[in-house]
Design a protein around this ligand. Structure first.
Ligand code: DGY
Length: 327
């Protein structure tokens, strides 16, 4: 008598992932891969989902509001290739009994490195300096022009003291920065890295020569950096964001950069990426990157493996390590 092999779970993968991750997906699942890495429309993902058990999505997919409610009932788990999950409606998934997982930890260092690059790049004029050299506008050097702003020894306020915020604090200690943080709850002493806790975000702001954003995008944090909170920063402060664009009110940030209230900004993330507010491009005191926080082969590979670990655990009937809801 022959025994029938158990059918492999069917996984729809919305974007191309690193070769080792795709090889594992092809080995362990009936995986539909996106070999050409063509961005998929929401309606195409939903249509293809009808013949799958699981979705492996990314934070750059244009899933749009109501996506989780719209996925067909055959989908049992959505694994997102990101630590952030603001693109997925977790309460809706919970209500429908769909499991959701993310990929924390493995991108902490890479993202904290980018935050330091933003701090340094915004303060020291990496963007305008690079353009001066490239465009042959270096001219005659002068002792007084061009000048950036000091980083070492200055005050850094960290908004969101999770894994990435803590990793930034560790790095900033190397620059002898004086650390402050705001988090919904105070973190354990060993995780504060000498930073002074402020229970209210507003109370931290006057102490920030630099404000670095590391909180999740939630209804409570959206546009939390706005005209009122920026006004509480010292004149000439610098704001950097490697978390999510919608935590910042673009109108307020752009006005503060144009008026000189803020000396500079460093931005790796934007509302409505990649179609960013075009006014940023006209500001010389903004150092911008195209959402590179996790963009190294090692980190992207580790994120993919983590997403696959979660899928495999789920289909073995175990609790996935990074379960946000379900199962
Ligand atoms: C994340 O994982 O949330 C990052 O922003 C994606 O690069």
């Amino acid at each position: 008598m022959t025994t029938m092999a158990k059918p492999r779970p069917r996984v729809l993968v919305t974007r191309r992932l690193t070769a080792d991750v795709e090889a594992r997906l092809a080995r362990d699942f009936a995986a539909s891969l996106n070999a050409e890495d063509r961005p998929m429309r929401r309606e195409d993902i939903l249509r293809l989902a009808e013949s799958h058990d699981a979705l492996l999505v990314t934070s750059i997919d244009r899933l749009g509001p109501g996506f989780v409610d719209a996925v067909p009932p055959c989908i049992k788990i959505i694994a997102t290739f990101s630590v952030g999950y603001d693109h997925l409606d977790i309460p809706a998934a919970r209500a429908r009994g769909i499991a959701v997982t993310n990929t924390p930890d493995v991108l902490t260092d890479a993202t904290a490195d980018i935050a330091m690059l933003l701090i340094l790049g915004a303060a020291r004029g990496a963007s305008w300096g690079d353009r001066m050299v490239r465009e042959n506008r270096w001219g005659e050097p002068s002792p007084t022009s061009p000048l950036g702003h000091d980083v070492s020894g200055r005050r850094l306020g960290i908004l969101g003291m999770g894994r990435i915020g803590q990793a930034v604090a560790r790095r900033a200690q190397g620059f002898c920065m004086q650390l402050h943080y705001h988090n919904r709850t105070r973190v354990a002493g060993g995780k504060e890295h000498g930073a002074r806790y402020h229970a209210r975000f507003e109370d931290m702001l006057p102490h920030c020569d630099f404000l670095s954003i590391h909180c999740a995008s939630t209804p409570e944090t959206r546009k939390i950096v706005n005209a009122e909170t920026i006004a509480r920063l010292p004149d000439g402060a610098i704001v950097v964001n490697s978390a999510r664009g919608d935590i910042v009110d673009d109108d307020a940030l752009i006005a503060a950069l144009a008026s000189g209230k803020l000396a500079a900004a460093g931005l790796d993330v934007f509302r409505n990426e990649p179609n960013i507010d075009p006014r940023y491009r006209a500001l010389d005191n903004v150092f911008m990157l195209p959402h590179l926080g996790s963009a190294t082969p090692g980190t992207r590979g580790a994120m993919g493996m983590r997403a696959v670990d979660n899928l495999e655990a789920f289909f073995r009937g175990e609790r996935p390590r990074d379960l946000l809801t379900g199962a």
